[in-house]
Design a protein around this ligand. Structure first.
Ligand code: GDP
Ligand code: ZN
Length: 461
């Protein structure tokens, strides 16, 4: 059941900043319709049906000057994004006109929304839980189709359903035990202990399953930090271009990436790679260049996956050997590139640094070995996840952390029972587990957490 709470009316530009064909100003709250209506020349918005879009003009109430030609959507509570009355003004002016309209709206009463406040209201009004809200954030940030699938599934409530079901199992036992503690004349201790143990074991299994998806979920969300390294001229740029070309449709320019260490996203068999260009790793005396080299080294050290490219048509050099050594502890695939040319060495030469299984013969020119490379990456990180349907996944660190805490509390339940602790003590651990699970969905989340979480959203969402 929805308990729609009354909040003040808020407004914000909901489209990305900058020049565009259309910008949308979103207004939500009890006063949304009357506020916009006071600025609107066209149909009386207080009288139009819900879910209609209305043509007209925004007019400055003081000067009566037309500010912009607009389409205004009217969506009445409760079946809206926020569960409140929502009005969206589609302006088609530039930044100036859009800001002008927003100022007029705010001038008639509403206040500027904080980042994520619209979604926060959807949560506070009971329409979505925290995992769904996080899914909304992930959709905005999704870099690959697969990440988008997972996020959309989360918005649809997949993870919420799973967590609630798991949490219910704990509640059932807690409720049963409550009864038992209240009626000590029955000899129910053993029954209670058995029920608690069974429940803890079962729920730990559920949690383990969810946590298994966490690594994959994390990769889906953030992309796998991948460094292509090798000395000059071995074929790094060629490989990068090949990967980008194969995946043109999904490659995105990421705003706010540092200039020196360029990042691009590419999808390999469903694994999103965040390609970090570490081309700048070499010795230099130039001060400015040195900073670039330092960054490249740091990026290489932090990489989840290293693609080390060697030129098989030339004998190994000291620089090759150094890279073979420095990347030894990392997940890596060694590419013996330029196999289309006569080769100067083969995988057995690399025995001091690696097992032959980690080495792939490739030619970026003939594309030989490129499919094998994709297979390798896919099986290395996803166990062939590309063919799997989008299902319930734990995609963020907050959720994973709480699942681990819940699992620890359940382990405490079991060790408490093993050590014949008093049942009401064991019950406290079980209650902890219940609380941690509740924090994931927001059923038992402290205000502070909710505030922090929604503040990570962009403005207007
Ligand atoms: P980078 O300096 O490591 O980025 O190397 P580039 O990608 O710029 O390639 C250096 C040269 O090697 C270019 O002329 C490429 O066309 C060539 N090259 C790259 N890969 C191959 C390959 O597999 N076979 C052959 N024959 N040439 C290649
Ligand atoms: Zn290059």
């Amino acid at each position: 059941s929805q308990n729609v709470t009354a909040f003040d009316t808020i407004a914000a530009i909901a489209t990305p900043p900058g020049e565009g064909a259309i910008a949308i100003i979103r207004v939500s709250g009890n006063e949304a319709v009357t506020t916009v209506n006071a600025l609107f020349r066209g149909h009386d918005l207080t009288q139009v049906a819900t879910n209609t879009i209305n043509y007209g003009h925004i007019v400055d109430p003081d000067t009566h000057a037309v500010v912009d030609e607009v389409m205004v959507s009217v969506m009445r509570a409760p079946k809206t994004y926020t569960c409140e009355d929502v009005v969206e003004i589609n302006t088609h002016g530039g930044i100036l006109a859009t800001n002008r309209v927003l100022q007029l709206v705010v001038g008639t009463g509403p206040r500027m929304a904080e980042p994520g406040e619209f979604t926060k209201r959807a949560f506070l009004n009971g329409r979505i839980d925290l995992t769904q809200a996080e899914g909304v954030m992930d959709i905005i940030r999704a870099k690959t189709d697969r990440a988008m699938d997972v996020a959309e599934h989360q918005v649809a409530g997949g993870l919420e359903t799973e967590i609630r079901a798991t949490r219910q199992k704990v509640l059932d036992v807690l409720a049963q035990e409550e009864v038992n503690i209240d009626y000590p004349e029955y000899d129910t201790d053993q029954m209670t202990a058995n029920a608690m143990r069974q429940c803890a074991e079962m729920v730990i299994k559920d949690i383990d399953q969810l946590l298994q998806t966490a690594t994959e979920g994390q990769i889906m969300r953030d992309g796998l930090a991948t460094a292509i390294v090798g000395r000059p001229n071995v074929g790094k740029s060629s490989l990068l271009n090949y990967l980008l070309h194969e995946d043109k449709a999904i490659v995105t320019d990421v705003a706010g990436t540092t200039r020196d260490v360029l990042e691009e996203y590419v999808n390999v068999r469903g694994v999103p790679l965040r390609l970090v260009d570490t081309a700048g790793i070499h010795e230099t005396d130039d001060k400015v260049e040195k900073i670039g080299v330092e960054r490249s080294r740091a990026a290489l050290a932090a990489a989840d996956l290293v693609l080390l490219v060697l030129d098989a048509s030339q004998p190994l050099t000291d620089e090759d050997r150094e890279l073979l050594t420095t990347t030894q502890a990392q997940h890596r695939i060694i590419l013996l590139n330029k196999q289309d040319l006569p080769t100067a060495f083969d995988a057995t030469t690399l025995a001091p640094w690696t097992e032959e299984a980690d080495v792939l013969g490739t030619s970026v020119v003939t594309t030989a070995g490129m499919d094998a490379l994709a297979d390798r990456i896919s099986s290395m990180f996803m166990g062939g996840i590309a063919n799997r349907q989008a299902d319930v996944m734990v995609t963020n660190a907050r959720q994973a952390g709480l699942l681990r805490q819940a699992r620890q509390s359940l382990r405490d339940v079991i060790s408490g029972l093993d050590n014949d602790m008093p049942l009401d003590m064991v019950q406290m651990d079980l209650t902890d587990a219940w609380d941690h699970l509740g924090e994931i969905t927001g059923d038992a989340a402290p205000d502070e957490l909710i505030t922090t979480l929604f503040s990570q959203f962009c403005l207007g969402k």
